[in-house]
Structure formats: structure tokens, C-alpha cells
Design a protein around this ligand. Structure first.
Ligand SMILES: [Zn+2]
Length: 424
């Protein structure tokens, strides 16, 4: 037998090879969590199908489902009467007990604050949108705004805030979801704010926070076009440019939870000044303040207290539609920079789908045929078609839905995590 490599190894000092994966990773969640998530995703599912899909014994499924039923998290649902077939009545199905928990999701933005309340099965109970004056707030002002919004949406749902099991809040900017810290946001004056802890103390309900673009990706993953996709990108164009990326059916965040800042990738050396303080960021060419900067010159209308950015951009859009070449060139230029950003996403991640989302997507010049053609030119030429691009201009309630999905996942993970007795 041929010996490969050195033979002088001391067997007592073996270090091993291969990735050092902790016993419980994202991919290897506790079985009861996998079972619960499968039931939640299916809507209704019989035990026998659960066992087959998760490749576990029907006996383990029966045991764990009995625990989940005892804990009040799932329930048995009888099949509809007309489901009788030649092979007899179909099996009793399991579903999430919708009334087990209620959560709220909120999005705070420069233009308006929105909120939804959903039940444990993800059904919408109430929603609310409140316009606001743009600009950063102090933490006490932001907490007061959150409290008012929460009181309003709870009144619509005919519940008290203390009836909620968790709240998810999305803010623009650099957010560490694990530590609950906002490092920087356009809605907050201060940097490095422990917003999750402050909001939890202020509202008396556990609060989780995340970057708003991640929450749009989460909304697509839980409620929208991304439910069946393993890898896709959501690019948001609003006051800033954001991206949420789903990898293997989970939001990818990076090692310090600050990844995927597409808006601050550089598209021009020594280029336009960005809100982050650096130059040449994609956001500085595509976001609304970038368009507004050029519009004030093109339309000769400075932004005043009576002329908002929104009104200015609407006016610019009207001029572009009416054939004003300067107005058109502003949107086209932004579209070309967007093409650079999107082709970088394609070249880096090869996603199955790119969803463009946010208020600005109503301005169709941004994704005109020439923008998409430019993107094709800049994407690596593999001979395969580039990933499809869909436009979802669903508005802020979608973002709030993403925040509610964050709250739902926090509740279920807390209840079902490995070291916890779910009956407690
Ligand atoms: Zn920047």
C-alpha cells in the first residue's frame, strides 16, 4: 500500500480537518422547530406528510406535535367535508393556532411610519400609516412616535399593546439585529443607539430591530415572491438604496450583521458625496436626495418648507413624461448607475431573482429598457440569460409585514429553542 504524505504525526495531537460546524446551526435546527416551521409554511399539513418531508419517523412527529398542541402553538384541523375521496377521508391536518400570539411590525422612515398587527399564523389583523415631517429624531422623540403608532394600530385591532408577544421595528441605516443597535440611521440624530433595549423598556414588550431592506427581503421570503426561492436579492430604492439578500432561504447578514450595504458600494471614484460621508456611493446617484439635488437645478426650484422632496420628484417625473429632455436625462443617468449596481449583484451572487422595491420604483425611467440593456452589458457573459427582475412597488405596509415576520420568528424561536421547555 502506498503511503501518502508525512508519517511522523503524533496521533495524540490530531487537529482534524473539515469545517468546524457547531452542532446546532441554522441548517440543523431542533426537530420541534423544524416541525413547527414546516406546519407554519404549509398552512395545513397531515402528520404523515410532515414525517415524509422531514425524513423522520412518524412516531417522533406524533410525539413532538402532541407537545406543540399541549403548548397551544398548533392545533388539529378536520379536513373539509367535501374532501372525501374514493380512498376514504383524508388525514386530520395540523395548522398553527392563529390566536396563540399576536405581534406587531413597524417601519420607521423619513416619509411615514407604518405598522401592522398579525396573528401567530401571519394573518393581518390591522394596519396603520402615519405621515411625518422628514428628518432625524432624538431617541425620546422616536420612542414617543413608536408609542403613538402602536397605540393607534392596537386600537384598530381592539387589543392593548401588552397583548402583543413581540414587536419588530425596521429602520433605514446600519443596524445590528443581534445586538439591537442602530449604528447609524437617517431617522435618528445619534449614532450607536441601543434602540431595541430602549424600545423594550419604553413599551413593555420585547422589541427586535433590523435594517429596513432586510425586512423587505424577509417580507418577500415569508409572504411574497421569495417563498419558494433559495437565493434572491431585494434592492430597495427610497430615501436611500438598500439590499436584502436571501441565501439558502435565510437572510444573509455578514459576520458583523452589517453586510449587503449595496447603496454604499462605490460606483465612481471621487464621485458625488453620500450621506454616509464617503464619495461615489451608488446611493449618491440613485436615491431620492440624489435625484432631488439635480432636480432643484433642472427645474430651478430649491427645496423649501412648502416644497417637499416628494413633490419635487413628482414634478420632475411629470416633466420627464411630458418630454422634458433634462428631466429625462436625470432619471436615465440614475438608471445607468442602478444598472452598474445591479450587475455587480448579479456578478457576485448569481441570484435566481432580483426584486426592485420601494416608493421610487414608480419612476419607470429607472428601469427602462436601456437600463436593463446596460445591466446585461455589465453582467458576466455566461451565455445564460440574466436573472429576471421584478418590480414590487408595494409600499410601506409590505415593509411593516417584514418587521412582523421578524417578530414572529423571534417568538417561535424563543418558544422552541433547544434548551427550553415549551410547556413552561
Ligand atoms: Zn455612502
Amino acid at each position: 500500500m502506498t503511503q501518502i504524505g508525512p508519517t511522523s504525526e503524533d496521533p495524540s495531537r490530531r487537529k482534524g480537518v473539515g469545517p468546524l460546524i457547531p452542532p446546532l446551526t441554522e441548517a440543523q435546527r431542533p426537530l420541534r422547530q423544524q416541525i413547527f416551521e414546516r406546519i407554519r409554511a404549509a398552512g395545513l399539513i397531515p402528520r404523515v406528510t410532515l414525517a415524509r418531508e422531514l425524513d423522520v419517523s412518524p412516531a417522533s412527529v406524533t410525539t413532538i406535535c402532541a407537545e406543540l398542541i399541549d403548548a397551544g402553538l398548533i392545533e388539529e384541523v378536520a379536513p373539509p367535508r367535501d374532501a372525501e375521496t374514493a380512498r376514504g377521508r383524508p388525514a386530520v391536518a395540523l395548522g398553527v393556532r392563529a390566536g396563540a400570539h399576536l405581534v406587531a411590525g413597524m417601519k420607521l422612515s423619513d416619509r411615514e411610519h407604518t405598522a401592522v398587527i398579525v396573528d401567530f399564523a401571519g394573518n393581518l389583523i390591522a394596519d396603520m400609516a402615519v405621515p411625518r415631517q422628514p428628518g432625524p429624531m432624538t431617541l425620546p422623540d422616536l420612542l414617543a412616535a413608536v408609542e403613538t403608532l402602536l397605540a393607534g394600530v392596537c386600537a384598530k385591532a381592539q387589543i392593548a399593546p401588552k397583548d402583543l408577544s413581540a414587536i419588530g421595528i425596521g429602520v433605514p441605516g446600519f443596524v445590528d439585529v443581534a445586538l439591537g443597535i442602530v449604528h447609524w440611521s437617517s431617522v435618528l440624530h445619534d449614532r450607536n443607539v441601543s434602540l431595541a433595549a430602549a424600545a423594550t423598556a419604553h413599551l413593555g414588550v420585547p422589541v427586535s430591530i433590523d435594517n429596513d431592506a432586510n425586512l423587505v427581503a424577509l417580507a418577500e421570503l415569508w409572504f411574497g415572491a421569495g417563498r419558494g426561492l433559495s437565493n434572491f436579492a431585494v434592492v430597495t430604492i427610497e430615501h436611500g438604496v438598500g439590499m436584502g439578500f436571501v441565501m439558502n432561504h435565510r437572510i444573509f447578514r455578514g459576520s458583523g450583521r452589517l453586510g449587503m450595504e449595496l447603496g454604499h458600494t462605490k460606483v465612481q471614484l471621487d464621485g458625488a458625496l453620500c450621506r454616509c460621508g464617503q464619495r461615489g456611493c451608488l446611493e449618491a446617484y440613485v436615491a431620492d436626495y440624489a435625484l432631488a439635488r439635480e432636480a432643484t437645478t433642472a427645474l430651478n426650484r430649491p427645496i423649501t418648507d412648502t416644497l417637499s422632496i416628494n413633490a419635487l420628484l413628482e414634478s420632475l417625473y411629470d416633466h420627464a413624461k411630458a418630454g422634458n429632455t433634462t428631466a429625462r436625462s436625470i432619471f436615465r443617468r440614475a438608471g445607468r448607475y442602478l444598472a452598474v449596481g445591479l450587475s455587480n449583484v448579479v456578478n457576485l451572487f448569481d441570484p435566481e431573482l432580483i426584486i426592485l422595491s420601494g416608493e421610487r420604483m414608480r419612476y419607470d425611467y429607472l428601469y427602462a429598457a436601456e437600463t436593463l440593456a446596460e445591466m446585461d452589458n455589465l453582467s458576466i457573459n455566461s451565455g445564460r440569460p440574466r436573472p429576471p427582475i421584478e418590480i414590487h412597488a408595494w409600499g410601506d405596509l409590505l415593509w411593516a409585514h417584514g418587521a412582523a415576520a421578524l417578530a414572529l420568528s423571534v417568538v417561535s424561536e424563543t418558544l422552541l429553542s433547544a434548551n427550553r421547555d415549551i410547556a413552561a
